[in-house]
Design a protein around this ligand. Structure first.
Ligand SMILES: [Zn+2]
Length: 374
């Protein structure tokens, strides 16, 4: 009798505890337990701490090359990413890029395709195109060149024909066309304060935000067979409805969320959550984190901590309904100097999290799961 009473007492306690648990919905433990991809990383080092972290966190990286700092850099990134993939296929897949040098010289596209062919033979699962198209590269007449320029057409056709994926970081957040602001202490506090070359605020001779986005729309329209993954929410981070318009029109269009969760947090939670549920097959997890070559021990340690923090922060937003301290001034996905309000996490169901972190990556980047199958 006594033990029966005890059982009843404990079940009463459990029933009290349950509603509390349901209120604070969290799928973080689930997320930690499954295999995950980060589709947007830049790793340039063979340092063991990255691989150890990947194993600890159950992640595999898509290691992405970028045509950002000249031919030599592009070439060395391609070699480096290929080598890391060949040595550690459980830890790294690789996404190559092409060199925009000589874009207007005869035979450029043929040469670019030749190199891509070689990279595909060496295991590259996609091709990155960068914001230099639309923001930097000019033709011999001095006019800006956009992603829909005919010079790129044969390259996109080749990528589609080979069944590979275009990962496109085109443009910048719309805020790049707004003033670069400072904190109350007068410290410039965002990316464009440190990279004024990509701030187009009050520069009438530079392309507009809509010039750049329209060019993307043309590519989606003209290349329906090209699998197109828009990095950084395809630079349409400010409104999920803008993304939904493209999702509806272009079945071969998906997005990666790297470095843009803050913009999702600024939108109505219900709207963002509905977007994630509706397009759960076309959203991929990414962070834009990475590790450069030649880091000191101290730098490695702080890099590791930044990656851990970034992943934990994103997991809290996507997988829980926690109240997350937040603010208007944000650096690297965290509010500074201090949070002024809070946002509620999306508490996405486990089935959706599994797609965003794993299943969608395998579908949108075939071959990504080599050495990392479930
Ligand atoms: Zn990146």
């Amino acid at each position: 009798m006594k033990s029966r009473l005890l059982t009843l007492y404990f079940s009463f306690l459990t029933s009290l505890a349950c509603p509390v648990f349901v209120m604070g919905e969290s799928h973080v433990a689930y997320l930690n337990s499954i295999k995950k991809f980060d589709v947007h990383t830049h790793v340039r080092t063979d340092a063991a701490f990255v691989r150890e972290l990947l194993e600890k966190q159950n992640f595999k990286y898509l290691n992405v090359c970028v045509d950002s700092r000249g031919s030599e850099m592009t070439l060395s990134q391609r070699e480096n990413a290929r080598e890391l993939y060949q040595k550690y296929p459980r830890h790294y897949a690789w996404v190559t890029t092409f060199d925009s040098k000589g874009l207007f010289e005869p035979g450029w596209a043929d040469r670019a395709i030749e190199l891509l062919k070689e990279d595909f033979e060496n295991g590259a699962i996609g091709v990155k195109i960068w914001k230099n198209f639309g923001m930097e590269i000019v033709n011999p007449k001095g006019e800006y060149i956009f992603i829909d320029d005919p010079v790129l057409k044969p390259v996109f056709e080749f990528i589609a024909q080979e069944g590979k994926t275009l990962l496109a970081h085109i443009g910048e957040p719309i805020r790049a066309w707004m003033p670069t602001y400072t904190t109350e202490e007068g410290i410039p506090r965002n990316y464009w304060a440190n990279h004024p070359e990509y701030s187009f605020y009050d520069k009438p001779d530079k392309p507009s935000y809509s010039d750049i986005i329209s060019a993307v729309d043309h590519v989606l329209r003209d290349h329906p067979n090209l699998r197109y993954v828009g990095a950084h929410l395809a630079s349409l981070e400010y409104d999920v409805e803008e993304l939904a318009l493209r999702m509806e029109k272009h079945p071969n269009f998906a997005v990666e969320i790297g470095g843009r969760t803050r913009y999702l947090m600024w939108q109505a939670r219900g709207k963002v959550r509905a977007f994630f549920l509706k397009y759960q097959d076309r959203i991929l997890y990414g962070t834009d984190m990475g590790a450069p070559a030649g880091m000191s021990l101290h730098e490695s340690e702080s890099r590791k901590n930044r990656i851990i923090t970034r992943n934990a922060h994103c997991a809290q937003y996507l997988a829980t309904d926690d109240e997350i301290p937040w603010g208007d001034i944000v650096s690297g996905d965290r509010p500074i100097p201090e949070a002024t309000y809070s946002v509620t996490g999306l508490a996405l169901p486990e089935s959706v999290l599994k797609k965003i972190y794993y299943d969608n990556v395998v579908r949108w980047f075939p071959g990504a799961d080599e050495g990392f199958r479930e």
